[in-house]
Design a protein around this ligand. Structure first.
Ligand code: SAM
Length: 263
C-alpha cells in the first residue's frame, strides 16, 4: 500500500472519497458490463468499481503496482489485470474476445499521454459504449470547446465528431497524492452511433484538421495550401478567407470529402 508515486508513469493517486464516489456514481456499473479501467494504480477507483460491478479488467503499465493491487482485489471481486501500455491495447479485439460488442472504459488517466489515449480510443469508438475519464481540466475544456472559443482546436473537432462530450465536474489538486500542478476534471464520452459518424476518410479528415489548426491565425486558403486549393474549399461550401477556429466539425467533414486523393 502507498507505493512511492512515479512521475515517469504520471502517477497521481486519488484519495478523495467523495470524488471517488461521484466517479463511480457517474459510471453506474451494471452486472452485464464489460468494464475496463486504464491505469488502476493502487486501486482507488478499481476497488469501488469492482465492488459495484463484480468483475473488472484493468490495464496497468507499472509492474511494481500489480501484486498489491491483485492482493487487495482478491476479496472484492474478479479482477483481471492486463500488464500493458494502453496505447498498444486493441479495444476492438478485447471486446470481441469477451463476446461483447462494446466495452465501457474508465480511468484517472496518466496526463503525460492523455491526448494519445483519447485519439487511440476514438479509433476504437465502435467497440466502446462510453468512457469516464479524469483529465487535466484544460484538456476537458478543449475537448468540449465550441467554434469561436480560444481553446477550440484539433482535439475539439476530432472528439466531437466521434463522441458526445459531457464535462461532469472539476477536481482540485488536493484530491491526489501527490497533487498535480494543474486542475483536473471528469468527463463522459459517448461514441456516436455509426449513422451519425460522417463518411469522410479518417486519414483525410485528420490531415485537414491538423493543417488548418497548425496555422490557426491564417486564412484557410493559406493554412490548407499543401492539402487543397481555394476552389476545393469553396466546393465544400466553406469560405477560403475564414479561419479554422470559426469552422464547425461538420465543415471539416465537408472539407475532408473534397480533398483531392493522392494518386
Ligand atoms: N487510478 C489510480 C488512481 O486514481 O489513484 C491511478 C491513476 S494515475 C493518474 C495513472 C495510472 O496510469 C498509474 O497507475 C500509472 O502507472 C498508469 N499508467 C501510466 N502510463 C500508462 C500506460 N501507458 N498504460 C497503462 N497504464 C499507464
Amino acid at each position: 500500500m502507498n507505493a512511492r508515486p512515479k512521475k515517469s508513469f504520471g502517477q497521481h493517486f486519488l484519495h478523495d472519497r467523495l470524488c471517488i464516489e461521484r466517479i463511480v456514481a457517474a459510471i453506474a456499473p451494471r452486472d452485464e458490463d464489460f468494464l475496463v479501467e486504464i491505469g488502476p494504480g493502487e486501486g482507488a477507483l478499481t476497488l469501488p468499481l469492482l465492488a459495484a460491478a463484480g468483475k473488472l479488467t484493468a490495464i496497468e503499465l507499472d509492474t511494481d503496482l500489480i501484486p498489491a493491487l491483485r492482493a487487495r482485489a482478491a476479496t472484492v471481486g474478479e479482477l483481471h489485470i492486463v500488464h500493458a501500455d494502453v496505447l498498444k491495447v486493441d479495444f476492438t479485439a478485447m471486446a470481441h474476445s469477451h463476446g461483447v460488442p462494446r466495452l465501457r472504459l474508465a480511468g484517472n488517466l496518466p496526463y503525460y499521454i492523455s491526448s494519445p489515449i483519447l485519439f487511440h480510443c476514438v479509433e476504437h469508438a465502435a467497440a466502446i459504449e462510453d468512457m469516464h475519464f479524469m483529465l487535466q481540466k484544460e484538456v476537458v475544456d478543449r475537448m468540449a470547446a465550441a467554434p469561436g472559443s480560444k481553446v477550440y482546436g484539433r482535439l475539439s473537432v476530432m472528439l466531437q465528431l466521434a463522441c458526445r462530450v459531457e464535462p461532469l465536474f472539476d477536481v482540485p489538486p488536493e484530491s491526489f497524492r501527490p497533487p498535480p500542478k494543474v486542475d483536473s476534471a471528469v468527463v463522459r464520452l459517448q461514441p456516436l452511433p455509426p449513422e451519425e459518424l460522417h463518411d469522410a476518410d479518417p486519414a483525410q479528415l485528420y490531415a485537414v484538421v491538423k493543417a488548418a489548426f497548425a496555422q490557426r491565425r491564417k486564412t484557410l486558403s493559406n493554412a490548407l495550401k499543401q492539402v487543397m486549393d481555394s476552389d476545393a474549399i469553396r466546393r465544400a461550401d466553406v469560405d477560403p478567407r475564414a479561419r479554422a477556429e470559426t469552422l464547425s466539425p461538420a465543415d471539416f467533414v465537408r472539407l475532408a470529402k473534397v480533398v483531392p486523393t493522392a494518386q
